[in-house]
Design a binder for this molecule. Structure first.
Ligand code: NOJ
Ligand code: CA
Length: 693
């Protein structure tokens, strides 16, 4: 990654305050670079540290306080004085090795407050706010100091005092999984407890009425807010406990087998607690706040990984056409089957093949409490010749994507990581999809707790040594770590396409993805696995289907961002389909991205310019109501004529009644041209715009 520029522009002021007894006498504030967002900090009469956030005249987060509960140490949060406040300004640009855009602007004003307890034990810590034009992040920094060494955090109590009973798009604060449907209620009606024990979740722990982040809200004034965290490192994931009466949220960290939340030692920093603030829902998606609050690339040259489309011996298992294990007698991962996929991929501009079920152990995958040592990550089943598949792939320009299902036995995976990655290295395989299905072993640890956060990070760091990138399923949420570790290429961490194959609701409802765009996608790349063409798949299942039209399946390649995008269906379902041309053609790596319009849970229209080609791709998706969208091509480059292919819902298209009805048209367009597009219920459109030669 090349750093374009990095400069601290100016230290505009350095203000030092001394403690004062009058309540809130120490109040001070910082504005965003464009002056639209203001953060005020203060102490209360009892010496609690507080903050308040506003945008223009609107209070976004009202006076809110913070505190920590520790093991074997008094709580920290009252009797504090603000010792110093430094306000500085910073502006830089940095480049993503692959991403939604090439160049990212990172411009903010920082307020750095040092705090000290006025009486014994006189501990000190700092609260740092970085205020951007599109929101803010703040974190706590605990310096080395006498009387504090090993620290066990029992609770971090960061509160977010909301200014109204906002409309909220939320999933429950599950400590083990994010694969829930989004709910849309007023804040006062959030009921996460009602979401316990979903029968399709192999692990789920919802201890209280809390939500997971990112959580998106809309205020009465029409502002869109998202609460999340950035740079989750050596700490537990944060859920937000909701107080539906006082309209307040308090951080609730994920627990562990000994009931502590975080074990660490000074000096340490917490992750950033983030609040994105936007006038348009689309601006939340365009925001780079989360990646900006992470450290620059630590891995250096990562050109060994290339963004790509991929296929997989995968959907056939979810369809029960074949199986992961060998004993069933219908094993999917055979040498012959892999070659069949490679043949199709090679002819169709698809550069990767994922093969699940290639290694021994799948006979004891789900439903066995003792899963340590079951999988190894180097021994193929007898009907899968991995060397031969890799050779055949190379000959045809298709790289293998490795698969490591850990069955949530991370200690087994830890023991084998080096061996497993060495095998990949020796086969010149540069990416792996990992999986963590099931309750974590040992009992009492959770997917989103500090112990697992550190495991997922260890996998990234170890993989990087072997030039390997990771696409984690059942992961920890994205918190912008991909800036520091670009080999964190993608992840699941949402209810993906697979739920259409087997969920009790019959699949994901049509509003699922319009929800995902404005919630989960704020955390970064999504391995959703789009592109199912046999939408009803009645040959395999009668109670499930994909609840979108075919045109929407195409749109997802643009709407959902990931540097790896699966063409998830079987080769035979793509063969002879004119609509497949869009998947052949669509880019996976972007110069720039624009969210043209959208509303959470209703619709989203996104345009992306491919790197190096000047081609644009546009995708639109709608919920179960459908809508007419007037597309204005004013983002195109002046002076270029574009050859366009337009894939849109047929007149009678409908996600349930007629999902395959599609109309494909060609045309030429220039900057500023306009186009009326009718999105069917559960429908969408996809457009490629290729500069004329
Ligand atoms: C869950 C993953 O999300 C899915 O994609 C995969 O096929 C199974 N685990 C098996 O690893
Ligand atoms: Ca999953």
């Amino acid at each position: 990654m090349k750093k374009l520029a990095s400069s601290l522009l100016a230290i505009i002021s350095l203000i030092t305050f001394t403690a004062c007894t009058a309540p809130e006498a120490l109040q001070t504030s910082v504005l965003s670079p464009d002056q639209s967002i203001k953060v005020e900090v203060f102490t209360s009469e009892s010496g609690e540290f507080g903050y308040k956030v506003s945008k223009g005249d609107i209070t976004v987060v009202d006076k809110s306080y913070i505190s920590f509960d520790f093991k074997d140490m008094p709580a920290l949060g009252s009797n504090l004085s603000i010792e110093t406040i430094d306000i500085t300004k910073s502006s830089e640009e940095w480049e993503m090795p692959w991403g939604e855009q090439r160049v990212v602007k990172n411009e903010y004003n920082q307020l750095y407050a040092t705090l000290k307890e006025k009486a014994d034990p006189g501990r000190t810590f700092n609260v740092v706010f970085k205020v951007y034009d599109d929101g803010l992040g703040f974190r706590y920094e605990f310096p080395a100091q006498d009387g504090m060494n090993e620290v066990v955090i029992l609770d971090e109590n960061t509160s977010f005092n909301l200014s109204g009973d906002h409309i909220v798009w939320w999933i429950p604060g599950d400590w083990d999984i994010y694969e829930h449907l989004y709910n849309n209620t007023n804040f006062s009606n959030i009921n996460a407890i009602a979401k316990r024990d979903h029968p399709n979740l192999a692990q789920t722990t919802i201890p209280e009425n809390a939500v997971n982040t990112p959580v998106t809200m809309k205020t009465e004034e029409g502002l869109y807010l998202s609460f999340h965290e950035a740079n989750l490192t050596n700490y537990s994931g944060m859920t937000l406990k909701v107080d539906t009466v006082n309209l307040n949220m308090v951080s609730e960290l994920v627990g562990s087998r000994d009931a502590s939340k975080v074990k660490t030692q000074v000096p340490f920093n917490t992750p950033w607690r983030t609040i994105q603030i936007a006038e348009r829902a689309g601006d939340l998606v365009e925001s780079n706040l989360i990646v900006n609050l992470n450290e620059p690339n630590k891995l250096g040259d990562v050109s060994w990984f290339k963004p790509m489309k991929y296929m997989g011996i995968w959907w056939e298992m979810h369809m029960n056409k074949s199986s992961w294990d060998l004993a069933s007698g219908k094993h999917g991962a055979t040498t012959e089957n892999a070659k069949r996929y490679i043949d199709f991929a090679a002819k169709n501009n698809i550069k990767g093949l994922l093969v699940e079920g290639w290694n021994t152990g799948w006979e004891r995958w789900i439903g066995f409490p003792d899963r340590e040592g079951v999988f190894d990550f180097v021994t193929p089943y007898e009907d899968y010749d991995i060397q031969e598949v890799v050779r055949y792939g190379k000959e045809n320009g298709v790289d293998l994507i490795m698969h490591h299902e850990t069955s949530a036995a991370p200690r087994t995976y830890d023991q084998q990581m080096d061996t497993a990655y060495q095998l990949m290295h020796s086969l010149d395989i540069h990416s792996v999809k990992t999986g963590y299905v099931g309750p974590i072993i040992p009992d009492g640890e959770y997917h989103h707790g500090q112990w697992m956060v550190n495991h997922y990070r260890r996998a990234l760091e170890t993989a990087a040594k072997y030039n390997i990138a990771i696409n984690a399923h059942e992961p920890i949420k994205g918190t912008g770590i991909r800036r520091t570790y670009p080999n964190a290429i993608s992840r699941e961490g949402l209810r993906g396409q697979e739920f259409n194959a087997w969920s009790i609701e019959g699949g994901n409802p049509p509003n699922h993805l319009p929800n995902v765009v404005f919630t989960r996608m704020l955390a970064g790349p999504i391995d959703f696995t789009p592109g199912i063409f046999d939408i009803k798949f009645s040959k395999y299942k009668d109670k499930n289907q994909v609840n979108t039209t075919l045109a929407q399946q195409l749109a997802l390649y643009v709407v959902l961002y990931s540097p790896i995008q699966m063409a998830a269906d079987f080769p035979e379902n793509y063969e002879g389909q004119p609509a497949f041309q869009f998947i052949r053609e669509v880019g996976v790596d972007w110069e720039q991205s624009k969210v043209l319009d959208g509303e959470p849970g209703e619709f989203a229209v996104i345009a992306r310019e491919e790197r190096d080609t000047k081609s644009w791709f546009v995708g639109g998706i709608s919920d179960e109501s459908g809508m007419t969208y007037n597309l204005n091509l004013d983002f195109l480059e002046d002076g270029i004529t574009y050859e366009a292919s337009i894939y849109k819902d047929g007149e009678d298209a409908h996600w349930d009644d007629n999902p395959l009805s599609i109309s494909i048209e060609s045309s030429t367009f220039k900057k500023g041209d306009k186009l009326e597009l009718v999105m069917a219920p559960g429908g969408g459109f996809a457009i490629s715009l290729i500069p004329q030669k």
